[in-house]
Design a protein around this ligand. Structure first.
Ligand SMILES: Nc1nc2c(ncn2[C@@H]2O[C@H](COP(=O)(O)OP(=O)(O)OP(=O)(O)O)[C@@H](O)[C@H]2O)c(=O)[nH]1
Length: 463
């Protein structure tokens, strides 16, 4: 079979879901010794034939000299891989050229690839978009892949990995299938309305399943672990002016990121630093000293600080041990999720005294200046994030998009359950259908054209 015939056969199998162009891009990062050029689309085989002189056996790396298709000039020697449709990452004919990573080599080979008719440069995320359109992955897997590529910490990598390889998608599809079964039962009431005993019985059978789904959705919505791993646990550093908040952040971040000065009220705005703490992403937020503001700017800083403290997973209340005994509790604060006391400036005062009351077991003594006590605090922070993100199954919902879909589904299930006895069959079935639709949008099984640009623009070119 010629390459063209092979390509045509492959294209038939995938019903041309992503259009007829063949896309090409450098998929490896800059500056490596080896560069990878990927191709996807019906002309991928033509390109390999034109540059390498032959198309290798599927999925076998073959060393080949690559020439310009027009001039015949040798450009480089490298490995060529051929993945005919539909067993390829995108579901289309694909090829990969592994060549030397030099700038001129890459430019020459990519130029030669794009000289073959029917090829064009790929847009960001276009390979993955084609994989989605050809049914090789669902939308949550595509998002997981974006997160896997962007993962900065090991916890993010682990979460993204399970997400990229179907964990979330399977759970959502399971919910949706159960919901569709419940809906079929309710609809049986519509179809057999003239048979007296069917409607009531079918409804009664569907109800426990809908209740169970509602419970599972509520539990998934209440689980913040996914967001905490992906976006980082938010740790706010609060305290009176001059307590050493900025110095503590600098010491924890081991770099000078916050302005440190001995003039109270220096931190007028919020400064956020992202850290990798024991493999977990943590966002440290330096908040303006909470006190009666002297100026408008400082007042605004304090307002923002309070808002951020209210959303924090943990607040470290920094206290200057040289300024007197630790307060019994943090002054002027709405109760945050969790509050620890950090007695700072240990180098200047006693300070290490045990603290009772609400701080017991959650107080630390450090010196941001000398570094004393910081190792204990850092370990405790790592332990806090590990505790909050570990355990049980992988979180079901990771992004805001997932939460919004799940919340929408849950609202429809709530409406269905609230009206279970009164609603007529058609209205009840409609609530269940809308809930199933909201879940379907999460995996991309249903009506997501409007979402694709948003999801795939996160990717880099070549992925
Ligand atoms: N001796 C000593 N001085 C410290 C320590 N930490 C901070 N300081 C000093 O305390 C002063 C205030 O420190 P900052 O880090 O700016 O305090 P802040 O809480 O961020 O202050 P505001 O921005 O005004 O709210 C500076 O002069 C620091 O050098 C410490 O551990 N020991």
């Amino acid at each position: 079979m010629s390459v063209q015939e092979k390509s045509a056969a492959g294209k038939g199998a995938i019903a041309g879901a992503a259009g007829g162009d063949t896309i090409a891009a450098v998929s490896s990062g800059r500056g490596g010794a080896v560069a990878v050029i990927r191709l996807s689309g019906p002309a991928a085989g033509d390109v390999v034939l034109a540059l390498a002189g032959r198309v290798p056996e599927p999925r076998r790396a073959v060393l080949a000299r690559l020439r310009h298709p027009d001039s015949g000039e040798p450009l480089d020697q490298g490995l060529v891989l051929w993945f005919p449709a539909p067993r390829s990452a995108t579901g289309e004919d694909m090829a990969e050229l592994q060549i030397h990573g030099g700038r001129a080599v890459v430019a020459a080979v990519l130029g030669a690839v794009l000289a073959v008719p029917g090829t064009r440069p790929a847009q960001a995320g276009e390979f993955t978009r084609r994989a989605f359109l050809n049914g090789r992955m669902d939308l949550t897997e595509a998002e997981g892949l974006a997160d896997l590529i962007g993962a900065e910490t090991q916890a993010q990598r682990r979460l993204a990995f399970s997400h990229a390889f179907g964990h979330l998608g399977q759970r959502v599809e399971d919910w949706r299938h159960r919901l569709v079964r419940a809906m079929a039962l309710v609809e049986a009431g519509i179809d057999f309305a003239d048979e007296d005993d069917v409607p009531a019985e079918a409804r009664a059978l569907a109800r426990p399943e809908v209740e169970a789904l509602q419970r599972e959705l509520a539990q998934a919505l209440g689980d913040r672990r996914g967001a905490m791993v992906r976006e980082g646990a938010l740790i706010a550093i609060a305290g009176l002016p001059n307590a050493g908040k900025s110095s503590l952040i600098n010491a924890l971040a081991a770099r000078d990121v916050a302005i440190v000065s001995d003039e109270p009220g220096t931190t007028r705005d919020l400064l956020e630093v992202s850290l990798d703490l024991d493999g977990h992403k943590v966002m440290l937020v330096d908040t303006a000293g909470l006190r009666e503001a002297e100026g408008k700017v400082e007042a605004e800083g304090i307002r923002r600080a309070r808002a951020r403290i209210a959303e924090a997973d943990l607040v470290l209340w920094v206290h200057d041990v040289a300024a007197g005994p630790a307060p019994d509790e943090a002054p002027e604060m709405e109760a945050p999720a969790e509050l620890w006391l950090v007695g700072n400036k240990l180098d200047r005062g006693a300070g290490g005294e045990s603290v009772a009351g609400r701080w017991a077991g959650r107080s630390f003594a450090v010196s941001a200046r000398s570094g004393e006590g910081l190792d204990v605090l850092t370990r405790a922070l790592g332990g806090f994030v590990t505790d909050r993100t570990a355990g049980g199954e992988h979180p079901a919902l990771i992004r805001e998009r997932h939460r919004a879909s799940a919340a929408e589904a849950s609202a429809h299930l709530g409406a269905a359950l609230a009206g279970w006895e009164e609603l007529d069959d058609a209205l009840l079935a409609e609530e269940l259908r809308l809930a199933a639709r909201a879940l379907g949008r999460m995996t991309g099984a249903i009506g997501v054209d409007d979402l694709l640009d948003v999801v795939f623009r996160e990717f880099c070119i070549g992925k």
